[in-house]
Design a protein around this ligand. Structure first.
Ligand code: APR
Length: 310
């Protein structure tokens, strides 16, 4: 079987670490593209020189030219400016939409069959814009949200209970922003609902920390935003598509009536396979969950209405 080709646009913190995870997972050859000359080439060489130590054979190349990305199966877009301390995700919107237009045009020109995985924030709006710019079918465009937010919640639950992260499941839906909706009723430890293991207060504290997890890291780093967990989570999504694993991973997906949402992207549980978003799983939400989800949808809609792309 021919090797898969994965392009990562943006060779910054998230992009470079994504290239490493992809190589370590042996998912295919990786092209790192950035607007800055030398940066993707330098990082690609560095990653090549790590390969004998770690034993990966992915061919990793760096470029500033979209022609080198031709025929990619999956394209992960991290290009943009990261959130700075005190900056809301919405503040980022104008700059990053401009960058995204440029990137998506270049990507689709040379890889019309690729799946687009968006990481650039503010996430749900960027996915919508990428979809509009791309002209692709909605199942081929998706964004990193619940895979990351769920991982963060799982880590916090595991720490709280002193159990292995492998046994913890957590479901976070809604927009990838402060209004995201951690679902305690759909979070468990080896099948045991967390509501049986933790008090309401502790669960609420974990949910609140999950909602603010990105911001907590921004405040500590001061000069950038999180990248290890985001890159790991988006690599997990890419893996499910490339290997047609059909993992159930919440991500920003195009809703056509599901969860009462039509015509926009928002975080919902989906089946990820070789066709991209193959199915949205609709689970019942109680009144509070529905209210929180609707609130998150409204917040994303408000940002989308500020976009001037039709
Ligand atoms: N084309 C290609 N690359 C671009 C462009 C462009 N038009 N504009 C910016 N870039 C590149 C930058 O040169 C930089 O190398 O995108 C990269 C972004 O990397 P970082 O600044 O290190 O940001 P990072 O931490 O990787 O975050 C990227 O992911 O999680 C989100 O909120 C985060 O939106 C941000 C994105």
């Amino acid at each position: 079987m021919a090797r898969k080709k994965i392009t990562v646009v943006g060779a910054g913190h998230v992009g470079a670490q994504t290239a490493l995870w992809l190589a370590l997972k042996g998912l295919g050859d990786v092209v790192l593209l950035d607007i800055i000359e030398g940066a993707p080439q330098g990082k690609a060489l560095d990653l090549l020189q790590a390969s004998p130590v770690e034993g990966y054979d992915s061919r990793i190349t760096g470029t500033n030219d979209y022609r080198d990305t031709a025929g990619s199966d999956v394209v992960i877009i991290t290009a943009g400016i990261p959130r700075k301390p005190g900056m809301s995700r919405s503040d980022l919107i104008n700059t990053n939409v401009g960058i995204l237009k440029n990137v998506v045009d270049g990507v689709v020109k040379y890889s019309p069959e690729a799946h687009l995985l968006i990481v650039t924030n503010p996430l749900d709006v960027m996915v919508y814009a990428a979809w509009k710019f791309s002209g692709l079918a909605p199942n081929k465009v998706m964004g990193l949200s619940g895979a990351l937010d769920g991982a963060r919640m799982r880590a916090f639950i595991a720490r709280e209970l002193g159990v292995s992260v492998r046994d913890v499941q957590a479901m976070v839906i809604g927009g990838h922003a402060d209004e995201m909706v951690p679902l305690k009723r759909y979070s468990s430890v080896s099948g045991i609902p967390i509501t049986r293991l933790l008090s309401d207060d502790r669960i609420e504290a974990i949910a609140a920390r999950t909602r603010k997890a990105g911001g907590e890291i921004v405040s500590l780093l001061k000069t950038g935003s999180a990248y290890y967990a985001p890159s790991a989570a988006v690599s997990e999504m890419a893996e499910s598509i490339i290997k047609d694993e059909k993992r159930v991973i919440p991500c920003a997906a195009y809703c056509d009536g599901q969860y009462g949402v039509k015509g926009m992207f928002i975080g919902v549980p989906v089946v990820l396979g070789s066709l991209g978003v193959e199915k949205i799983l609709e689970v019942e939400l109680d009144a509070n969950e529905k209210k929180a989800f609707d609130n998150s949808v409204s917040a994303v809609r408000a940002l989308i209405s500020e976009l001037k792309i039709g």
